[in-house]
Design a protein around this ligand. Structure first.
Ligand code: SF4
Length: 301
């Protein structure tokens, strides 16, 4: 995809799987910290995922929402000229992850520990969560099956607008976002290209079927969607999700053009909201990470 937007993304560290699609990977900041022997991301704390062995990728940068809190630039949305095949994505992982991490290694002037470097070149986890909505990629079920067969643990993060596609996917853990207590707030905060509120509800309600590990992610934006915890709780209660992650919005990337620093809730506010969810549902607080302003709840019944 030889275009200006993609050149901008390349400068930000995106590695594209082919010239004609927007399938890409980019190691996250926790991967870099873990490589230096430092802290890992909260997914390690909550679910045991090692950050330096995790590949953050997307099979498409396309998205059907324009969330105010999204860190990506909407100008980078474009119609892919073709979709990358699952085999091309799988085959490119090692090479692209190594290329991206080699950049870090150079910047860090060899502060990376040998053991972690070797482990990082043999990733075990794939987080399909970089940017864009992965269910818009038509071969998502096949891609996840291929990862599963190859021994990767897969996390799939979706905005929930495509329940039909989600039903066909079998990742290790599936995430669906719930970022509003009602339809009106959903339109104001997530700015979907159509009215997908009912589809998001359908996605939430199918979570946990067949024993699949699942989580709902709530990105809390101060002053925009941090009210009516009892309405969120009612939707969570109807869902079959095992976990709920309440995460405070971070003033990062392109979201800084749409929101203000004041829209970031502090950890105490995130924790307090999570407590209200717990009080109104069968979920109980399992763990929290102050640095990432995230609280994890787990369903008790
Ligand atoms: S659904 Fe995800 S990728 Fe799409 S705009 Fe919202 S936060 Fe960004």
């Amino acid at each position: 995809m030889p275009s200006e937007p993609c050149d901008a993304l390349r400068r930000q560290g995106y590695q594209f799987f082919s010239k004609t699609t927007s399938a890409a990977l980019k190691p996250c900041m926790w991967c870099k910290r873990a490589l230096e022997g430092g802290d890992m991301c909260y997914k390690h704390q909550f679910y045991g995922i090692e950050s330096h062995r995790c590949v953050q990728l997307t099979p498409t940068l396309l998205c059907n929402q324009r969330c105010l809190f999204c860190w990506r630039s909407f100008e980078h949305d474009r119609v892919d000229t073709e979709e990358c095949s699952p085999e091309t994505i799988l085959a490119g992982i090692h090479k692209l992850q190594k290329r991206a991490l080699a950049g870090y290694n150079a910047v860090l002037e060899n502060t990376v520990t040998d053991e972690r470097w070797k482990e990082a070149l043999d990733p075990r986890h794939v987080a399909i969560s970089l940017s864009g909505e992965p269910t818009l990629y038509h071969k998502l079920p096949e891609l996840i099956d291929l990862f599963n067969k190859t021994g990767y643990t897969t996390f799939l993060v979706s905005n929930g607008t495509n329940p039909g596609m989600l039903k066909r996917c079998s990742p290790y853990q599936i995430y669906v976002s719930l970022d509003a207590p009602d339809r009106e707030t959903y339109h104001a905060v997530c700015r979907p290209l159509g009215d997908y509120w009912e589809l998001v509800q359908e996605s939430l309600n199918m979570l946990g079927h067949g024993g699949q590990r699942s989580a709902v992610r709530i990105t809390l934006v101060r002053g925009l969607n941090d009210f009516a915890p009892e309405r969120y709780a009612a939707m969570l209660q109807d869902s079959g999700a095992r976990f709920v992650e309440v995460k405070g919005y971070m003033f990062l990337g392109y979201s800084r053009n749409r929101l203000k620093r004041e829209n970031m809730p502090g950890h105490e506010a995130v924790r307090s909201f999570a407590e209200k969810l717990a009080a109104a549902s069968d979920y109980r607080i399992k763990d929290e990470n102050r640095l990432s302003r995230v609280v994890c709840l787990e369903r008790m019944r």
